[in-house]
Structure formats: C-alpha cells, structure tokens
Design a protein around this ligand. Structure first.
Ligand SMILES: Cc1cc2nc3c(=O)[nH]c(=O)nc-3n(C[C@H](O)[C@H](O)[C@H](O)COP(=O)(O)OP(=O)(O)OC[C@H]3O[C@@H](n4cnc5c(N)ncnc54)[C@H](O)[C@@H]3O)c2cc1C
Length: 547
C-alpha cells in the first residue's frame, strides 16, 4: 500500500536525542503547477496546457511515487523456461510496472503527436517525457519506442493499418496475444549487435524469404522492452540491410524469439533490457529491401527527441529535491537556501536546466511544424539538444546530490537513482561522438539545416549584444566545418548558442543574461557555482514557486 507521509507522525523524541533539522518528507507533488520553467517553454511550444495540468498531478501522486519505487525495487525477472521445460521467453514485472505503463499510455505519451488535427502534439508529448523521467525513467524506454515507431510504419500501408490504431490506443494491454485482438500494443527496437551498434551496417542477422513473410536468423545484443508486442529490427537480405517488423506473438503460438538473458545494468533497473536471438522468427518487411537504415531512421529521429528531453526531466527531479532540502535544512544558523554560496550553486545548476528545457521544447515545436524549414531545423536542433543536455546532466545531478550532503548519497533519496540514470540517454540513439559526426554530416549535406540554424542564431543577435559577440566569435573560430577531431568543441559551442537563442525568445531577462554571461562569454569556472554573482533571486524563483 502507498505510504502516506506524516499521516501519523513517527517518534522524533528518541532515547539519545531529538530528530531535528531534517526537512519534512516530500509527498505528493504537482509536476505542472510547481514548475514555472516547464510552463513557460511548454506554452511557447504550443502544448495542450489543459492536458498537462491534469497529467502533472497524475505523475506526482503518492500512488505513482509508490509504484515507481516498487518497479525499481522488485526487478523484472526472466522466465526463459516453464517448470516442464517448455520455452516461455517471458519477463515478469511487478504489478507496479504495469500500472506505470498504463499511466503513460492513458496520458497519450505515445499517441498524442499522431492524432489527426492534434495541435502541439509533440510539445505535449515532450512534457509527458519530462514528467516520466522524473517519476521512473525505466518505463520511458518502451513508451518512447512505441511513440517513435509510429511514423516508421508509414513505409507499409498494410502494417500501418494493423498496428497504428493499437499503438495509438490509450489503453494498456499487456496480454500475450497477437496484435489484432488486443486493446493496445507497444513496439520495441532491436538494432544493436555484439560486433557493432553505432555501425549497424556490421549487422549479421539475415532474413530469408518464405512466401509472403521472411524468417530471421541471428542475434541482437541489446533489446530493451522484450515484452513489447513487436520490434523494428534490421537484417540482411540479398539487396542489403532491410527493416522488419517482428511480431512477438503469432496466432496460436509464440514467435521464435529467444530471450537469452537480461542485462545487469548500472541503472534503468525497471526496464528489462535483454539479449535476444531469432531462430527463424516470422517477420514482415517494412520498406524496400536494402532500405533498412532509411526506414528505421524515422524511428531513431523521434527517439532522439525523447532522449533530448529526458535529461531535462532528470535534472529537474534532482534540482527540485536539492531546493527542497536547501529550504528545509539549517547550517551555521541559516537555512541553506539563504547561504550565498549555496544560492550561487543552485542558480548555476538551474541555468543548465533552463537550457535543456528550452532546447527540448524548441525541438518539439519544430517536430510539430509542417514546413521543410521546420523539418530541417528539427533534424539539426534535436542532435544539438541531445548532445548538450546529456553531457550536462550527470554533472548537474551530481552537484544537486551534493547539496543534500551525505543524505544525497543515500538510496532512500532519489539522488542515486537519478545519478545512475544520467549517462544513459547520451549512450543510446547515437552516442556523443556519433551525434557530433551526424551534425557535421547534416551541415555539409543538407544546406537547409545550416541555413535555418544560422537564421535562428542571427535573429537572436538582434536582441542581445552579448549573444551577438559570442556568435561572431564562433563564426570566426570556425569559418568552415571543423575536422572530425574538433567536432565536440564545435558542437558544444553551437548547442550553447542555440540554447542561448531559445532562452532569448522565452526566458526572463535575468535567466538569459546569466546564461549568456556564463555559458557564452566565459564568465564561469569549470565547477558549479564558480561564476560572477548576478541577480540570482529570479533564477531561483523559477525553480519552485512559493506555496
Ligand atoms: C540500457 C541500454 C539499453 C539499450 N537498448 C537498446 C535497444 O532496445 N535496442 C537497440 O538496438 N539497442 C539498444 N541499446 C544499445 C545502444 O543503442 C548502443 O549501445 C549504442 O548505439 C552504441 O553502440 P555500441 O554499444 O555497439 O558501441 P560502439 O558503436 O562500438 O561505440 C563505442 C564508442 O565509440 C564511439 N564511436 C563509434 N564510431 C565512432 C567514430 N566513427 N568516431 C569516433 N567515435 C566513434 C561511440 O560514440 C561510442 O562512444 C541499449 C543500450 C543500453 C546501454
């Protein structure tokens, strides 16, 4: 049963001392109403604010928090075989995991962007990603892959007609049954093999034609969410690398997908990442033979939006906890939040959260756009956002952890979970170097991407002289694209500039000024809080409004 904090206060007078100077436990929270940073960027991106008001409450109930803790405590378990030796190839989850999946699906996490005539669908989805990352990031993976697979299905009208309505359902249905008879369905992705993940052309899985279908033979080294109703996967045909949809369950039988083992991971524990093998698994081709990368890239592009937003959610969760602690804890006769140096640290961290949220929602807005310029901007901006926000997240979360002192290192707080989660969104869907190389490729091969990006940065120059100086310095440093070895520096600089431009459009002046001074004009050291003192109060006020 969910524990209701302070319903009957515990003993604080103990035989040896009185328990004091511990902030009251955080209970239910409203992830929308208590987050002015989110509100401003979501509104500017055109999200459905009415929907988010309800969702923000739903993601912060005591029951949802309890389910998140349960889903992490009681880890998913592989049941490869039944008692009688027959193959089951199932993963069993705590019931709390299923309730979290049902919450995400009922809120429209996967479906909202694809509704006919839905306005701001990606922007609304982006806020759900941000909420989910705060509550339980392990559940985000199957929800994100389901959302991202939907546009890839456009490559085959018949498959889209069968799967799309199930993937867009608001009803979670974990039944082991073929998709046609289910109320709702989820999709996963299986690309990575042992010999190469970034370089999928090294895949060795092969597909043999068998009448109208294909049969797959091979392995996949990473397959998160193996209880999905199907996977988008890559395999070789005589024409080359081809994309397939592999249904998990067939009529009256299980498809020949063997779950070999679950990965023992640093974090992301509620998510059952697995190794799988195809032993003649039935598969349906999605797109033309030899066009596998082109087909599946639609899915990868959309998962990048979520992996650009999730670090903002993780940073938000860590900073909300740090702020709550600093407000409730006294040290040297003052509350921590009133100590000038603690204020500087929190405000500095808040600037990274502002930047990540601005970038994520700026991308979501472009994903909702309909013009060629929107598409070109979405492609380049999401890569910049994914790179920068994920590179900042581990450092920000570590510093937020330190704001709690020793308590931040204790598993009863969310900090260790957030810290373990922090590196993951950078690693998958194109790890740091791959993203940087991809950005160089986009800028050299897709002139429109470079053009719309330049336009956006040029516009910002007209609003802020400091920003204009920083952009000029960037252009002087890189009059042409850099060599590969310098790609990280170039991308970091460009991503910080884009974040600055997005802050200029939306954020209060104090936030924008501080960001430009510290991130673009070098008025900051290498560690959090090592920066000039500006007006910190408006920056901190956006972290959490007074009750
Ligand atoms: C928890 C978890 C869940 C996952 N779930 C899935 C899943 O469901 N489905 C799936 O398909 N995959 C999944 N993955 C796999 C993930 O997408 C890959 O690990 C990732 O794409 C990197 O591939 P790799 O591990 O083979 O590393 P490699 O491709 O070998 O890369 C190793 C390093 O080399 C760098 N690198 C590669 N090429 C270059 C280059 N040309 N220049 C410079 N640097 C380079 C990379 O950036 C990386 O830092 C998951 C991974 C994790 C950790």
């Amino acid at each position: 049963m969910p524990h209701t904090p302070n319903s009957t206060p515990p003993h604080s007078q103990l035989p040896t001392h009185e328990v004091q100077n511990q902030p009251v436990p955080r209970g239910a929270r409203d992830l929308w109403a208590q987050d002015p940073i989110l509100q401003s960027y979501a509104a500017h991106a055109g999200a459905d604010l009415g929907h988010l008001r309800g969702a923000g409450r739903a993601y912060g109930t005591v029951e949802a928090l309890f389910d998140a803790a349960e889903a992490r405590r009681d880890l998913p378990r592989l049941v490869a075989f039944n008692r009688d030796g027959t193959r089951a190839d199932e993963v069993h989850f705590n019931a709390a995991y299923h309730r979290l999946m049902a919450l995400g699906i009922s809120q429209g996490y996967a479906a909202l962007p694809w509704r006919d005539g839905g306005q701001g669908g990606h922007a609304t989805h982006a806020a759900l990603v941000y909420f989910q990352a705060q509550l339980e990031p392990g559940v985000s993976c199957p929800l994100t892959m389901t959302y991202a697979a939907i546009p890839a299905l456009n490559a085959d009208a018949a498959l889209a007609a069968l799967w799309r309505p199930k993937l867009m359902s608001h009803q979670y249905d974990p039944a082991i049954a073929p998709v046609a008879g289910k109320q709702g369905a989820t999709l996963g992705m299986a690309m990575t093999e042992k010999q190469g993940g970034s370089d999928v052309r090294a895949n060795t899985t092969r597909a043999e034609r068998d009448g109208d279908i294909y049969r797959l033979f091979g392995h996949k080294w990473f397959c998160s969410a193996p209880m999905s109703d199907g996977f988008l996967t890559l395999a070789h045909t005589p024409e080359g690398l081809t994309c397939f949809l592999v249904p998990r369950w067939l009529e009256g039988q299980r498809n020949a997908i063997h779950l070999m083992r679950l990965k023992d991971k640093l974090g992301n524990h509620a998510n059952a990442s697995s190794e799988i093998e195809y032993h003649g698994a039935v598969a349906q081709r999605l797109g033309d033979e030899g066009q596998g990368v082109k087909t599946i890239i639609e899915m990868v592009h959309h998962t990048r939006l979520d992996t650009a937003l999730a670090p903002a959610g993780l940073m938000r969760a860590a900073l909300a906890e740090a702020l709550w602690w600093a407000e409730g804890r006294r040290s040297f006769q003052r509350r921590l939040i009133d100590q000038p140096l603690m204020r500087a640290v929190l405000a500095d961290l808040a600037l990274d959260l502002e930047a990540a949220t601005a970038l994520g929602f700026g991308c979501a807005r472009a994903f909702d756009g309909t013009t060629a310029e929107d598409r070109a901007f979405a492609r380049i901006a999401v890569a910049l956002a994914k790179y920068l926000s994920n590179k900042r997240a581990p450092g920000v979360i570590y510093e937020a952890m330190e704001c709690l002192g020793g308590m931040g290192y204790i598993e009863e707080t969310p900090m260790p979970m957030l810290y373990r989660e922090a590196p993951l969104n950078s690693i998958w869907e194109g790890s740091g170097n791959i993203i940087c190389l991809d950005i160089l490729r986009s800028l050299s091969r897709a002139p429109l991407a470079g053009h719309v990006l330049h336009q956006r940065l040029q516009q910002a120059c007209g609003h802020d002289a400091g920003f204009a100086r920083a952009y000029s310095a960037h252009q002087a440093r890189w009059p042409a694209l850099p060599a590969q070895a310098e790609a990280r520096w170039f991308v970091e600089s460009l991503a910080q500039l884009l974040a600055g431009a997005m802050l200029i459009e939306v954020a209060p002046q104090a936030v924008t000024d501080a960001f430009i001074a510290t991130r673009l004009l070098g008025q900051r050291g290498a560690t959090a809080g090592a920066m000039a003192q500006g007006d910190l109060a408006p920056i901190l006020a956006r972290l959490c409004p007074p009750d």
